[in-house]
Design a protein around this ligand. Structure first.
Ligand code: C2E
Ligand code: MG
Ligand code: MG
Ligand code: MG
Length: 282
């Protein structure tokens, strides 16, 4: 009957939901363990940013990775989001900060002076001990604050704006660089951008992935680059997957290009191997 037919999809839907919910709970428990474990299944990958003015790689983005007990790669967007919801993000970010700064110290000792960016969540920057923690780790590892960039989205900044802007200004005064990630897909307001203590603008990859095939994207990207420059910012394009897009970004006077065309995010060791034999694609 009619009633029966209506119940069937409803039940299936709920079963699917339960499964997804249980999977997420399971991931949260595993993530908690991972953050406490000495031989952590978490690790950092690094993706180079190519300086288009010098054709050199002098900056990198640190991106977290997790291979879980089942040997599966867990999508970072998924588990970072879960960490935010489960109250684990401050712990996760502290773990990331320690790993990255230890790595930068090691590179410094090897004679490589890279600038490395760390992704933050809204809760990190709002946490009262964030700046003290970051500063203590940086100082105890002989890393210059100017070697560390902090990436946040406009959404993360808007969450508690007055507080966050004050924190960012403080961090900037200490020498850290501030980057606006995923620019252009959120509630981008030019008025706001003007007032933010920001050094770097990262154009979201949705505008870059098919840049070479879209006149609209080329117009948006070219004007965003000139806007960033007028506001005194360095502009990074993320998601550069082919030579044609790289050439366009170079023509548009973009400052940095990041994407699979240059390198995927890789372990620190693999990055150094790549870096040693790197030849400019420009
Ligand atoms: P995001 O910060 O915008 O990082 C850039 C994402 O674009 C990375 O995905 C990177 O692997 C990917 N990407 C880089 N080049 C290309 C390309 O040419 N084509 C395509 N299709 N993608 C490219 P990933 O590593 O999966 O990270 C996804 C998001 O997860 C990040 O976006 C960031 O929001 C978050 N995330 C990653 N690591 C961390 C972390 O350590 N802490 C926090 N809070 N968030 C992180
Ligand atoms: Mg980022
Ligand atoms: Mg984020
Ligand atoms: Mg991004």
């Amino acid at each position: 009957s009619c009633a029966y037919q209506e119940q069937v999809p409803l039940r299936l839907y709920q079963e699917g939901e339960d499964e997804a919910y249980l999977y997420k709970l399971h991931l949260i428990e595993e993530l908690k363990e991972a953050l406490e474990s000495e031989h952590s299944p978490l690790f950092m990958n690094y993706q180079p940013k190519l300086n288009l003015n010098t054709a050199k790689v002098d900056k990198l983005e640190a991106l977290i990775r997790w291979i879980n007990k089942e040997g599966q790669f867990v999508n970072p967007e998924l588990f970072v989001d879960l960490a935010e919801k489960a109250g684990l993000i401050v712990t996760l970010t502290r773990w990331v900060i320690l790993q990255v700064i230890q790595q930068v110290e090691q590179w410094n000792k090897m004679g490589y002076q890279f600038k490395v960016s760390i992704n933050l969540s809204a809760q990190d920057i709002q946490h009262d001990e964030f700046i003290d923690y970051l500063l203590a780790i940086v100082k105890s590892h002989n890393v210059a604050t100017t070697q560390i960039t902090l990436e946040l989205t406009e959404r993360d900044i808007a969450d508690n704006e007055a507080l966050v802007v004050a924190r960012l200004s403080h961090l900037k005064a200490l020498g850290f660089a501030i980057s606006v990630d995923d620019y252009g897909i959120g509630q981008s307001s030019l008025a706001k951008l003007k007032t933010l203590p920001v050094d770097e603008l990262k154009i979201d990859k949705t505008f870059i992935l098919t840049l070479d095939q879209s006149q609209a994207d080329q117009d948006i990207v070219a004007s965003t680059i000139s806007l960033g420059h007028k506001l005194g910012m360095s502009v990074v394009a993320e998601g550069v997957e082919n030579k044609a897009s790289l050439a366009l970004l170079n023509d548009f006077k973009c400052d940095y290009a990041q994407g699979y065309y240059l390198s995927r995010p890789v372990t620190a060791d693999k990055f150094i191997q790549w870096y040693k034999t790197y030849e400019s694609p420009l």
